[in-house]
Design a protein around this ligand. Sequence first.
Ligand SMILES: *[C@@H]1O[C@H](CO)[C@@H](O)[C@H](O)[C@H]1NC(C)=O
Ligand SMILES: *[C@@H]1O[C@H](CO)[C@@H](O)[C@H](O)[C@H]1NC(C)=O
Ligand SMILES: *[C@@H]1O[C@H](CO)[C@@H](O)[C@H](O)[C@H]1NC(C)=O
Ligand SMILES: *[C@@H]1O[C@H](CO)[C@@H](O)[C@H](O)[C@H]1NC(C)=O
Ligand SMILES: *[C@@H]1O[C@H](CO)[C@@H](O)[C@H](O)[C@H]1NC(C)=O
Ligand SMILES: *[C@@H]1O[C@H](CO)[C@@H](O)[C@H](O)[C@H]1NC(C)=O
Ligand SMILES: *[C@@H]1O[C@H](CO)[C@@H](O)[C@H](O)[C@H]1NC(C)=O
Length: 330
Amino acid sequence: MSHSELVVCLKLLLVLHLVSQSGALGRQQWPVPYRRFDHRPAVDSYCEALYPFCPTGDPNGRIPLMRDSDVISIYRLQTPVWEFKYGDLLGKLNIMHDAVGFSSSETGANYTMEWYELFQLGNCTFPHLRAEMKAPFWCNQGAACFFEGIDDLHWSQNGTLEKIGVISGSQFNDLAQWVQDDNKTGIYYETWTVLSDPGPNATVWFESYDCSQFVHRTYRKLKELGAKLSSRSQTNYTKIYLYSGEPTYLGNDSDIFGQPALKNLAVDIRKFYHNFRPHQSFAELAISLLEAFTDVVLDKSFYLYYNFEYWHLPMKPPYMQITYEEVPLP
Ligand SMILES: *[C@@H]1O[C@H](CO)[C@@H](O)[C@H](O)[C@H]1NC(C)=O
Ligand SMILES: *[C@@H]1O[C@H](CO)[C@@H](O)[C@H](O)[C@H]1NC(C)=O
Ligand SMILES: *[C@@H]1O[C@H](CO)[C@@H](O)[C@H](O)[C@H]1NC(C)=O
Ligand SMILES: *[C@@H]1O[C@H](CO)[C@@H](O)[C@H](O)[C@H]1NC(C)=O
Ligand SMILES: *[C@@H]1O[C@H](CO)[C@@H](O)[C@H](O)[C@H]1NC(C)=O
Ligand SMILES: *[C@@H]1O[C@H](CO)[C@@H](O)[C@H](O)[C@H]1NC(C)=O
Ligand SMILES: *[C@@H]1O[C@H](CO)[C@@H](O)[C@H](O)[C@H]1NC(C)=O
């Protein structure tokens, strides 16, 4: 077989593979639902946290029980991700971290609840290419952290600390149960929201799963439990968008990296991620994204990892945007 015949043959195999995948899935649903798991798997020891996850939280994620009659205030917490080196640029980008605060009127104790990456954002956004492994290796778990105390200065000085409602102790206890379930079933972080275009009627191909999405889920749950939430100011959040035409499903690790027939695709995916080293912090990531995106722009191609599976995104202008936009309280 000549080289070009071989290429055609491999492409045909890939197409057949994709057709059989889409046949099995039926009509694709957009956005692709974020997959829930029945438990959280142990973390691979290759993944090392730069900062320990949730150092002052209960190691088993327990949340104290409130008395049913207690009155619990709810706070909206937001702070800029501030780094000396990139201060100016990050200020312009409005990269924020979000959390929810609670305080008990009976005990006076207060609490912070947030959701974030176990191994920092870079490791959730880009994988490690390990010489001994064919498939890129991801340290992409994220989880909820609940701990006693609200650091007023941290949130209020350059960000937001605002009371947005009250609930009873019994409603709080229901919320606590929900957080623990959510935390066991939603196990990995997803940085990107992928849209068909920047306009108001865009199709959402993929939703992010990050700290602000956790805050929105919490607010929706609070509303469902009967809370009335209101804010005096505009409630804006950081979003990191990719823009692409209709994505194509490629497969999981064993589909792509375990089959000689898809070797070209496997090589291409590794090559793509070689451009992006998992960076240390949100700040570094933002900077490197804005720089490294020239590669994506030239290639018009992005391999997205979602639900532990790969998708191909045919990228289109404006390719990537970091916005700070309003998401009203429910
Ligand atoms: C990302 O993961 C690598 C590999 O486990 C680790 O060495 C590195 O410290 C992690 N990055 C951060 C910022 O934790
Ligand atoms: C969420 O899961 C993480 C990882 O297992 C754990 O450390 C944390 O305590 C849990 N948080 C809650 C609120 O259940
Ligand atoms: C939380 O508790 C600390 C310690 O008592 C207090 O300094 C702080 O003002 C409280 N913050 C809120 C928002 O209740
Ligand atoms: C608030 O921002 C200033 C710079 O604009 C910085 O020096 C200060 O440390 C920040 N405060 C907090 C609590 O993050
Ligand atoms: C978005 O959709 C609405 C309702 O279908 C339509 O009225 C509007 O013109 C559309 N906007 C754009 C920019 O396409
Ligand atoms: C990968 O997907 C195939 C179906 O295409 C499935 O049989 C296999 O169990 C999946 N592997 C993993 C590790 O999820
Ligand atoms: C908040 O979002 C709204 C609409 O999404 C936008 O018009 C406004 O400029 C944003 N505020 C800031 C401070 O960026």
